[in-house]
Ligand binder design. Sequence first.
Ligand code: G3I
Length: 361
Amino acid sequence: MKRTVCLCLSLVLFLAACGGTTGPNATRTESRTVSTPPAGITPLRDLAQKRAIFIGAAVDYDALQNEPQYAYVLGSEFNILTPENMMKFDATEPEPNVFNFVPADAIVKFAQQHHMRVRGHTLVWYNALPTWITNGTFSRDQLIAILKQHIMTEVSHYRSSVNIWDVVNEAVADDGTLRQSIWERVIGPNYIDMAFSWAHEANPQAHLFYNDYAGEGLGTKSDAIYNLVKGMRQRGVPIYGVGLQMHVSTQYYPSTQDVITNMQRLAALGLKVQITEMDVKTQDDPNPPAQRLQDEAQIYHAEMSACLAVTACEAFVMWGFTDAHSWIPIFTNHADAPLPFDTNYQPKPAFFALEQALKEQ
Ligand code: G3I
């Protein structure tokens, strides 16, 4: 049973403890050797389990295959993971009716070996599509058949190992309208309900999520997502929850109270919520590097506290866990440090902020 977190007090305590550069726990050495966890340092996954939530990260397949430190930290600190790219349409069905689950199977096997849940990501998105889709010309019936087969084949393949799916990703545009995509344009808005029904048919036990960014707090897009999933619930669509991606920056992030209010109104619809892709872009922060790390840490603390304050919030998943493997520098063509471990797999203030939030009762 999660307890209500006094957010103001917890933040004050956290800031007071953060005087040094090592984060809130003065007795903790700043650097941790990940080869052997020093006695007395509790992994984040154990702290999270005590608070009845999952904590995890998106997984870079190549890093998992080639970097022992990456695999060690992933398996020792976290109890849920999301394949960053290997369950997307372009990776799993690169050619029509030709499915490739080999990389994703390896990630799922790692999760099973480390007693981790898996978030399947993602069945329907406007991005990460193979060229046979983006360059193809399809009738509505043809595209419905293609999408149904894709969803049912992938969900069925993972029926015994993956029971959390981001079924539809980012279907709402930033202005709150339904995003234009091949799915919306050729099939129509009903592609969303159809996708959830097919995923449910393939695995009736799966927890099916709608996942999106920039709708974590309150505002136009958040309202549009709320109205979308409210309508799905009213139509009896088998939606289980909403994924709040939480791609934020030290210059912009939703307030803890807005996130709590949004989570609570989604919960009032009978839905669960998960933070699914958190990272904190720091490159636009005008402060000196040490302050940027503290700015980042406070945001991780705030959003974890928001999740802990709402019983319906089941999981806190980041989009990676080490600055050595983040999409942000590639996407922005600018160095960044958005995650709780640095490029040498040393915990940053953001790590200690998460630990602090999880320890607060
Ligand atoms: O694997 C190929 C490689 O063989 C090739 O040499 C290289 C250069 O073309 O591309 C590699 O594929 C890239 C892939 O990441 C793996 O690195 C794709 O081009 C690139 O588009 C892809 O970007 C991913 C992006 O989604 C699009 O799928 C990012 O890593 C990933 O972090 C990002 O994640 C999304 C979530 O799925 C949804 N929410 C937003 C989030 C950030 O954009």
